[in-house]
Design a protein around this ligand. Structure first.
Ligand SMILES: *Cc1c(COP(=O)(O)O)cnc(C)c1O
Length: 425
């Protein structure tokens, strides 16, 4: 049986780990079947416990932009490991990575490192509240900013996949300070500002959404959010945990020429290690402890091994700008070819793509927000997912997710992928 050992491992895992997984989206609940247990990865390929190999279109949900086990990163981490795992003191590495980030990301002077995207986003809104002395934040339906209480309100992919957009355990007190707007609807944001005069600390969003599938902002949407924040003394927070260092070095601010007040990072910034970060101008960041009164801390924040993986990854990206050209054009080719195949087969679908993120939705409708993403044919996606999996193509196990293209995906992999898609229909 193709997934024999994975099935056995999953049975045992379920005894000791809730649902057998340490993060819900890994459980294949939405697509059905048994999650595949991986044992190693190299370049564009994953190998599972039954020795099946897969072309990887998840790339650890984004971080592995260079592909798996890139030699320079592995070597740097090995060297660092020999010098000690964690000191609980400042290290030069932390300054190096912060300096690099401020050099390439617009409008940021200082960076605070944390250990996950969740921590980055929850700290960023605390800072926004402390800085503006206001309490409410606006988030968008279908945007995910990690699993902190304030964000588990129509939170996109994971939560949407499980049909629990609002998690039990989040107090009504917390929930009332999170206002919900519709992605790509500036009117819905204007209305919230009118109804909550002088109460809104900031807007947080995925400036190109990836957690309800890939949904780019419509013309001027980001610019108009900027103007609204300026008019109401609120901070604009770009959650670039997914898009940061994936689209360009400067991220969505650079790509769309819109200034954010705070930017959060994760995923690529740690090169596969548990890292997050948030960044902003001196004026705002100086409100953070120990300089300011807004408290935020972490025993393992800026961990030397994690910093080494992140720094080496970012340096490779910085020194090789053609990586972005390549992965973007690979993704465009993929979009065009999938379009051709599905059109010729008479399948109803739409494709959203931005840089090296892409989602295929089934159904007639264009997907521009959470509602339209929900109306897509997710059953058809699930069938497609399993057909691809059985042919050795590893797509994200939910129609609410983005596929991520790595630098190791070349013509050979694209050709194999397209052949598999043809067979799937
Ligand atoms: C993944 C993600 C997060 C959460 O990051 P974790 O490291 O999983 O805590 C936050 N925001 C966005 C946009 C993400 O894609």
């Amino acid at each position: 049986m193709r997934y024999q050992r994975s099935s056995e491992l999953f049975l045992t895992a379920n005894k000791y780990i809730p649902g057998g997984v340490n993060s819900p989206v890994r459980a294949f609940k939405s697509v059905g079947g048994t999650p595949v247990f991986m044992k190693s990865a190299k370049g564009a390929y994953l190998t599972d416990e039954d020795n099946n190999t897969y072309i990887d279109y998840i790339n650890s949900w984004g971080p592995m932009i260079l592909g798996h086990s890139r030699e320079e990163v592995v070597e740097a981490v090995k060297k660092q490991a020999e010098k000690g795992f964690s000191f609980g003191t400042p290290t030069e590495l932390e300054t190096e990575i912060a300096k690099l980030i401020t050099e390439v990301v617009p409008n940021v002077d200082q960076v605070r490192m944390v250990s996950s995207g969740t921590e980055a986003c929850m700290s960023a809104i605390r800072l926004a509240r402390g800085f503006t002395k206001k309490e409410k934040i606006i988030k968008f339906e279908g945007c995910y900013h990690g699993h902190a209480d304030s964000f588990l309100i129509k939170a996109g992919s994971g939560a949407a996949t499980f049909g629990s957009p609002n998690s039990p355990g989040v107090t009504s007190g917390t929930a009332k300070d999170t206002l919900l707007a519709k992605y790509n609807s500036i009117e819905s944001v204007k209305k919230l500002f009118e109804e909550n005069k002088n109460e809104i600390a900031g807007i947080i969003l995925e400036p190109v959404a990836g957690n309800m599938g890939c949904i780019p902002p419509q013309e001027n949407f980001l610019q108009e959010l900027r103007s609204l924040c300026d008019a109401h003394n609120a901070l604009l927070i770009f959650d670039e945990v997914m898009t940061g260092f994936r689209f360009t070095l400067g991220g969505v601010q650079q790509l769309y020429n819109v200034k954010a007040d705070l930017v959060t990072f994760g995923k690529v910034i740690g090169g596969g290690m548990p890292v997050g970060a948030f960044a902003g101008t001196n004026e705002i960041m100086n409100h953070l402890a120990p300089n300011g009164a807004v408290y935020q801390a972490g025993t393992l924040s800026g961990n030397p091994i994690a910093m080494t993986a992140g720094l080496t990854t970012l340096q490779i990206l910085k020194n090789n700008p053609t990586i972005y050209t390549k992965i973007n054009s690979t993704t465009e080719t993929l979009a065009t070819e999938i379009n051709n195949i599905l059109s010729s087969k008479g399948v109803e679908f739409s494709i959203n793509q931005k840089c090296s993120m892409i989602s295929v939705f089934f159904g007639q409708e264009k997907v521009i927000d959470f509602d339209s993403a929900s109306r897509a044919n997710h059953q058809e996606f699930n069938r497609f997912f399993h057909s691809m999996l059985n042919q050795g193509i590893y797509l994200p196990p939910s129609g609410y997710e983005t596929w991520f293209i790595s630098n190791e995906i070349d013509e050979t992999e694209i050709e194999k992928t397209l052949q598999a898609i043809k067979k799937s229909f």
